[in-house]
Design a protein around this ligand. Structure first.
Ligand code: NAD
Length: 321
């Protein structure tokens, strides 16, 4: 039986991962945690936890007999640029705390499986546009630098201490349940809210900025599939490229306009453009497909239809409130 701890559970990914894991393992075996007191998404079990407090984290893991940790707490690309040292401390020390606890537990014969996400931000301007699994990686944002360093730490802890750590380089994730956390791909969520409120969407990226993206159900499926894969199939312990869909704001606006003909978009690139320009346009995920059978399922049109239907529900609820 697995006992699962999710750190950063009130965030965009955590809010959805908690319910998916609760369905799979039973709600009583899934502990959602975040830095605040609020259990925002109704998890059956919730603990207030600061990932930077290693002793509290180690105590919780021991008391609950945790066997899997998903470490999602981080400052994302756009937010990170506003507070680079804070981003570095949270992103690196949060991961190191988990890896150290996992190392101690390997030594104690009570192994802890760890999931930690990297990002397309670990790539940089000299990475090929269709990023291979192994490529030049010269990230320019503090967030990307922390993700690349984190990938190296994951591989190091696996090779040196036998820690069972697994990772995915997530593309920009699109979802409707909770707000995005301050990344460069957030436009691809905000655009749906504007479209359904009948507003012109002012996009902070230019029309031709193609980026790798993934719809949340695919991202959750990839995460759980990787964590459930037999250890010998997980041959890459830094982080796996996982692809969903690639599009730019003009193409996304076109797909929305096909359903909502009155929708208009305007372009006003800001500092996030520079970050986006340093990232690849797509990811080659051949290794994830070969090693543990990854295959994306959701295309752009299906994603747009699903987003419009679900964001409509929240727009209607806001109007009634
Ligand atoms: P988010 O910002 O929505 O959520 C992060 C959560 O961490 C928040 O609920 C926050 O309260 C919590 N947190 C912050 N500091 C904490 C601390 N000290 N202790 C405990 N919790 C703390 O982020 P997200 O979009 O859910 O991303 C989760 C992970 O996935 C991050 O590592 C991020 O880098 C990675 N990722 C996300 C995307 C994306 O598009 N969302 C893409 C690539 C990688």
């Amino acid at each position: 039986m697995e006992r699962i701890l999710i750190i950063g559970a009130n965030g965009q990914i955590g809010s959805e991962l908690v319910s998916a894991l609760a369905q799979q393992h039973g709600a009583a075996n899934v502990i959602a945690s975040d830095i605040g007191a609020d259990n925002l998404y109704g998890a059956a079990r919730y603990a207030r936890l600061d990932v930077l407090d290693k002793d509290a984290l180690a105590r919780l893991v021991e008391q609950e007999g945790v066997t899997q940790v998903y470490q999602l707490a981080a400052l994302l690309s756009a937010t990170g640029e506003k507070a680079p040292l804070k981003a570095w401390t949270l992103n690196m020390d949060g991961l190191l705390n988990i890896l150290e606890i996992a190392r101690e537990r390997v030594e104690a014969g009570k192994p802890l499986k760890v999931f930690w996400p990297s990002s397309i931000a670990a790539f940089g301007p000299n990475t090929p546009g269709d990023a291979p699994q192994y490529a030049v990686m010269d990230p320019t944002s503090i967030y990307g630098i922390s993700k690349l360093a984190g990938e190296r730490l994951c591989e190091y802890y696996h090779a040196k201490y036998g820690v069972d750590v697994r990772s995915i380089r997530y593309p920009g994730i699109i979802s409707f349940k909770s707000p995005p956390g301050g990344g460069t791909t957030d436009y691809a969520i905000a655009i749906f809210h504007a479209a359904l409120k009948g507003e012109t969407y002012e996009c902070f990226l230019g029309p031709d900025t193609t980026l790798p993206m993934i719809y949340m159900p695919d991202a959750i499926r990839a995460t759980i599939q990787l964590m459930d894969a037999p250890g010998e199939q997980v041959k890459i312990r830094s982080s796996y490229n996982v692809a969903g869909v690639s599009f730019n704001p003009r193409e996304l606006a076109g797909a929305i306009k096909a359903k909502l003909p009155a929708f208009e978009i305007a372009y006003k690139p800001d500092s996030r453009q520079q970050i986006a320009d340093s990232w690849p346009k797509s990811l080659d995920d051949e290794r994830a497909r070969q090693d543990w059978g990854w295959q994306s399922r959701v295309g752009v049109d299906e994603m747009v239809a699903d987003m419009l239907a679900n964001v409509q529900v929240s727009v209607d609820a806001a109007v009634q409130a």
